[in-house]
Design a protein around this ligand. Structure first.
Ligand SMILES: [Mg+2]
Length: 248
């Protein structure tokens, strides 16, 4: 009995060692695809919070997903649901109904960068990523542009709330415009005093300021849970897929 208990505890510790998926393979045999699919779904549902990088075993899986039609369809599904919700809302006549969008992996895709950095297999490198941002060539996420244009047409105020630095304002504006995004009402970037804050704290504070100013945050689109959770949460939040990285 004692042996059984010790053995069970050891097995449990293997199963719950989320940083090391090797041990999970004991359960799944050779079916790494199934394992990585479970890993991705758990990540999207925020059950792995926080995770540092794509597990070794899932390197190929994440690359295949990110470059496949499945990723595009998943993005479209989120955008279509958001459009349906937005169309069903009766907006106030004071112009204070807001839709918040994150930027990276929400409006703009950094896939060309991540293609050269292991699709999330390499630990995030701020310096290299900043250089990529400064190129201003991140392509549009088409389904998000459609949602963006629709909420704009419906009469929402559109606020862009990004973890990018204020010093990247000009290049971000240029990149967004080149990708087809026009006429947003606010573009909020991280100022110096926000550098040490978690994304959740920083974005919560900014949404709380919106609410204080009389805005109603009715919709929020982001690829990270830290775009969506915290204070002054939107009435509806739409989580875009992103199995490449996790930002707390
Ligand atoms: Mg993002």
């Amino acid at each position: 009995m004692k042996f059984f208990l010790v053995f069970s505890l050891a097995l449990l510790s293997i199963v719950f060692a989320s940083d090391n998926l090797d041990s999970h393979l004991l359960m799944y045999g050779d079916d790494v695809g199934l394992l990585c699919n479970s890993w991705r779904v758990a990540g999207e549902a925020n059950n792995l919070s926080p995770w540092k990088k794509v597990p070794e075993e899932c390197r190929g899986y994440v690359k295949d997903y990110m470059t496949s039609r499945a990723y595009v369809l998943d993005l479209q599904m989120v955008a279509n649901e958001a459009v349906g919700y937005a169309r069903g809302i009766e907006l106030g006549d004071d112009g204070n109904d807001v839709w918040v969008f994150d930027v990276d992996e929400t409006l703009l895709s950094n896939l060309p960068y991540y293609a050269h950095h292991g699709y999330g297999y390499q630990v995030f490198n701020h310096g290299l990523f900043d250089k990529w941002v400064e190129n201003g060539t991140a392509p549009v996420i088409e389904s998000s542009l459609k949602l963006y244009e629709e909420v704009f047409r419906l009469g929402f105020k559109v606020f862009l709330l990004t973890g990018r630095s204020e010093r990247h304002r000009n290049i971000t504006v240029e990149n967004l415009r080149n990708a087809g995004f026009m006429n947003w009402d606010k573009l909020i970037l991280r100022d110096v005093e926000d550098y040490d804050k978690s994304a959740t704290t920083y974005k919560s504070e900014k949404r709380s300021e919106m609410v204080k100013e009389g805005y109603r945050v009715l919709g929020n689109s982001g690829d990270q849970w830290s775009d969506l959770l915290g204070a002054a949460i939107s009435i509806r939040s739409f989580k875009l897929p992103n199995p490449m990285y996790y930002i707390a």
